[in-house]
Design a protein around this ligand. Structure first.
Ligand SMILES: Cc1ncc(COP(=O)(O)O)c(C=O)c1O
Ligand SMILES: N[C@@H](CCCC[NH3+])C(=O)O
Length: 427
């Protein structure tokens, strides 16, 4: 569910016509819906409410301070994975006591900063890292808190580049080494390891991989408890998928909860969750304008003003993002967004950007209503890992971000200028 709907022949974000934003802010730009963001956060919290979970929004999916602030005010915690993300989460008013810090390569400075602000816990990914955090906390005269990230070796059936819970991935400690790990680090002076963390991949479309992973960690926690280790919390990670293509492509989080809550209800440890995409994915679109049309050999190209530097997911992961005109002709004004629905009198095109690479596309061999120069297109489900993964490649200033709240909107990140492009360079 989201609040991007066609009304009176054109696309609206909540109560604001997308075309109005394009006219006033310019294109390309990201447009987010506050109501959609909050809806998804609350849906996660409500679905798992029997477990009273700490929901830690994964800042990496979209770290704009304004979005994080909306979530912080709603009571959400944060999953951060770098000093920069920690800085953002704090700047947004996030509560450090609801922040967890993950990542295989935390630097000493990052560890120090996180200990200083009093984050709830580090998710620890290796033996070398645990020893380092213990050492740093000792030097600071403080006590750090951590969870062991275990790699449960389950197949999340996601893209090879985004699977994280299989043997051989760089993440966590193999689950069969976890017991030895806890024994080895039983008596650390400056680091209390009281939790277990998993994150199996992203996006995950099925519930079974979660069930398999959770079953394995419940068994692990039982074993550890039997050996005298007190496990106080289990962090289930994120990864819940969203509907990129059809309205029923991804399971709603309620379905994941239906399977997982009974497995975890009544356990003597707390539960944390780290969803990113599920909260921010459907909350944003990328708004872009047709610059040119071109026929080359057998191909029709629609060349737009957004490129792979703005949204890299299609070329990086072969990801599908639904694309549709902001003002479709009457025959193509469909009430729902469903990639299986073919346009009437449409054409097959590649929607490409201005970048000097053949991999610069937003959609490939896509059936779309016919468009012409100046038409606006919406690239849907672009709120997660859209702006967050954007770059200045080809020296393109990064585009503006806009947040809609009901019938008003504000620019929450201005379009970069050419001066911004060179601002950090020294001659
Ligand atoms: C440790 C960790 N937690 C949470 C997430 C969030 O994933 P998603 O945005 O798919 O929910 C990620 C990214 O995949 C991650 O690496
Ligand atoms: N960045 C990815 C997924 C990886 C998330 C981080 N572990 C995406 O756009 O889908």
């Amino acid at each position: 569910m989201d609040f991007f709907n066609y009304k009176n022949g054109e696309l609206f974000c909540e109560g604001v016509p997308a075309a109005k934003i394009a006219a006033e802010v310019g294109t390309a730009c990201y447009v987010y819906s506050k109501a959609t963001l909050l809806h998804h956060y609350r849906q996660v919290a409500d679905s798992f409410k029997e477990l009273n979970p700490t929901v830690c929004y994964s800042v990496k999916s979209n770290g704009n301070i304004n979005l994080c602030k909306v979530l912080a005010e709603a009571g959400c915690g944060f999953d951060v994975t770098s000093g920069g993300e920690l800085f953002r989460a704090l700047a947004a008013g996030g509560d450090p006591k609801k922040m967890i810090y993950a990542g295989v390569g935390k630097t000493d400075d990052e560890i120090r900063d996180a200990i200083n602000v009093g984050i709830a816990a580090f998710n620890i990914e290796s033996e070398a890292e645990i020893e380092n955090i213990d050492r740093i906390a000792g030097e600071m005269g403080k006590k750090a808190i951590g969870a062991l990230r275990v790699n449960p070796d389950v197949d999340a059936k996601t893209h090879a580049k985004t699977t994280t819970g299989r043997k051989g991935n760089k993440f966590g400690v193999d689950i069969d080494r976890a017991e030895t790990f806890f024994e080895t680090y039983r008596n650390l002076k400056n680091l209390h390891v009281g939790g277990i963390h998993i994150h199996i991949g992203s996006p995950v479309y099925e519930v079974q991989p979660y069930i398999d992973a959770v079953a394995k960690v419940i068994e692990l926690i039982d074993t550890l408890t039997g050996r005298g280790h007190k496990i106080e919390w289990l962090d289930l990670g994120g990864g819940f998928a969203v509907n990129y293509k059809t309205p029923d492509q991804a399971l709603p989080v309620t379905e994941h909860a239906k399977a997982l809550v009974p497995m975890l209800k009544g356990k003597p440890y707390k539960i944390a969750l780290e969803p990113g995409r599920y909260i921010s994915g459907n909350s944003g679109i990328l708004l872009t304008k047709v610059l040119y049309r071109k026929v080359s050999g057998p191909k029709n190209f629609v060349i737009v003003d957004a490129g792979m530097n703005d949204l890299i997911r299609p070329t990086l992961y072969e990801s599908y993002h639904h694309v549709w005109p902001v003002k479709p002709d009457a025959k193509n004004l469909f009430p729902d967004r469903n990639a299986d629905r073919l346009p009437v009198d449409g054409e097959v095109v590649d929607v490409v950007g201005p970048i000097c690479e053949s991999g610069d596309y937003l959609a490939k061999d896509r059936s779309l209503p016919k468009t012409q120069r100046g038409d606006l297109l919406a690239v849907f489900t672009a709120g997660a890992y859209g702006f967050a993964m954007s770059s200045n490649y080809n020296n393109r200033p990064r585009i503006a971000e806009v947040l809609v709240d009901g019938s008003t909107y504000k620019i929450i990140r201005r379009r970069e200028t050419y001066e911004d492009l060179v601002a950090a360079e020294r001659i």
